[in-house]
Write a protein that binds this ligand. Structure first.
Ligand code: MLT
Ligand code: ZN
Length: 462
């Protein structure tokens, strides 16, 4: 540890764990984007809030930038450290601190994995309902930093809805205790919500109090095959009118092709251009009849050409794998990811326009569409053809993203629904937020992070 700044860090925080091995720098310096070459100064792994505060004070003294780091499953480069930053990994701060049965809250450290939160809530007979495929690796701190969404937003909303309170260390090392689990609190600016989706640019979440709810009702999973894209929203309406939807997700035949190649089981003999996987409450005969009615309406109208309903938990998991396995099955192609959203009512017009735009823009690329259609959130992954240079591929995709961003602006949508802006979408923030808003965000950052050391260069340039 020859860098004098690190010697000083260990003097200031003697019990701090620090890693500087090249393999660690590489491992902790990147997220799932794998576009940037990791080059952090070192990795600090604090074990307490006091240690986090001390590290931040050291960073201010030495003017070292900090990249807060959770499970690094992010898809926008928000946790990338490529410029000599100190990665502040919260992986050692991964415990459940408290369960309050009266408040129905769980207080956790930020490095705890989402799945561990699900289990801890389950042990109390309750539910933390935010859920998505990276549950085993992503951390609550990262979920808060991006306002993570996932597959159950249609029923339970995003991470934001479930944060009853949090402790944050700001860019000056100050500790803020925000909202303290209160249900009602009309006492001025809610800084808690400012922190959610701030991507580590305002401070470091060091503790979170999560709201829990009743376990979901018994449910069933149905996979539907659709003959065309145009009927997607009709199918959605037919199901939403009759059922309490827990999830409503869609994917294309290209997505199915890749998950099957990755080991999933083929659901239908024939191939179809589009698929929907939906989960809905189904605990009694009335609900079962409603599900059949929705399905039959879709069949009668020609909106659905085939369908299968789960007969067991194992089969439900199999159907879910077709949707949840997509990201992993595409990873080897280093996909260029789009994560866009519009209001549900704007979806039909936006889908039509986007399909045309991307059909013309990407005639030779494998473009995989999937996403949380019931939330107005579409994932469009463009796969890098073998042999095409990484930089050339990204630059070609960026040309198309400019057009997509213009279309989103017209439809009043967002360039990032749930992955965050990070580095990947920084150039397109103005398609989603006004110049005045971005200027205000800069001002807010100056207050909470006056030295500009909290995840600099992510979200916007200060
Ligand atoms: C998902 O919903 O599976 C991910 O958020 C999307 C992606 O990998 O692009
Ligand atoms: Zn998603």
């Amino acid at each position: 540890m020859s860098d004098p700044r690190l010697t000083d860090l260990l003097q200031a925080v003697p019990a701090l764990r620090v890693k500087t091995d090249p393999a660690d720098l590489e491992h902790y310096g990147r997220d799932w984007t794998r576009r940037w070459t990791p080059a952090p100064l070192a990795i600090a792994l604090p074990g307490s809030i006091e240690e986090v505060q001390a590290v931040v004070r050291w960073a201010c003294q030495h003017r070292v930038a900090i990249v807060p780091s959770g499970g690094r499953t992010g898809l926008s480069g928000g946790a990338v450290a490529a410029n000599g930053e100190l990665v502040l990994s919260l992986e050692r701060m991964n415990r459940v601190l408290d369960f309050n049965a009266v408040d129905r809250t769980l207080t956790v450290q930020p490095g705890i994995a989402l799945e561990a939160v699900h289990n801890a809530a389950g042990e109390q007979g309750l539910e933390y309902p935010v859920d998505f495929a990276a549950r085993g690796s992503c951390s609550i701190g990262g979920n808060i930093a991006t306002n993570a969404g996932g597959i159950r937003v249609i029923r339970y909303g995003n991470t934001r809805e479930w944060i009853a309170g949090m402790k944050v260390v700001t860019g000056t090392g100050e500790l803020l205790d925000l909202n303290r689990g209160l249900v009602k609190n009309s006492s001025g600016y809610d800084l808690r919500h400012l922190m959610i989706a701030s991507e580590g640019t305002l401070g470091i979440v060091v503790e979170a109090t999560l709201r829990l709810t009743d376990p979901p009702p018994p449910s069933n999973v149905m996979l539907l095959a659709l003959p065309s894209f145009e009927v997607l929203m009709q199918v959605f309406s037919a199901f939403r009118e009759r059922l309490q939807l827990e999830a409503f997700e869609f994917f294309t035949d290209r997505a199915l092709h890749h998950v099957l190649a990755h080991g999933a089981q083929k659901p239908f003999e024939e191939t179809h251009p589009y698929y929907v996987v939906t989960e809905f409450a189904s605990g009694d005969e009335v609900q079962e009849a409603a599900a059949m009615a929705a399905f039959e309406t879709c069949m009668d109208n020609g909106w659905v050409s085939d369908g299968v309903i789960s007969q067991s938990d194992a089969q439900a998991a199999q159907l879910w794998r077709l949707r949840e396995g997509i990201t992993e099955s595409l990873a080897r192609y280093k996909p260029y990811k789009n994560d866009v959203s519009v209001r549900i009512s704007a979806m039909p017009a936006f889908l039509e326009e986007t399909q045309k735009l991307l059909g013309e823009a990407y005639p030779h690329f494998d473009v995989v569409w999937f996403g949380h259609i019931g939330d107005g959130n579409l994932h469009i992954n463009v796969l890098k053809p073998d042999g095409l240079d990484d930089a050339e591929f990204v630059s070609q995709c960026e040309q198309v993203t400019k057009l997509l961003a213009e279309s989103l602006k017209r439809h009043e949508g967002s360039i990032s629904a749930e992955h965050g802006i990070g580095l990947v979408k920084k150039g397109y923030l103005e398609s989603t937020r006004s110049v005045a808003e971005i200027e205000m965000m800069r001002g807010i950052k100056r207050v909470l992070d006056p030295e500009g050391l909290m995840n600099p260069g992510k979200l916007f340039d200060a």
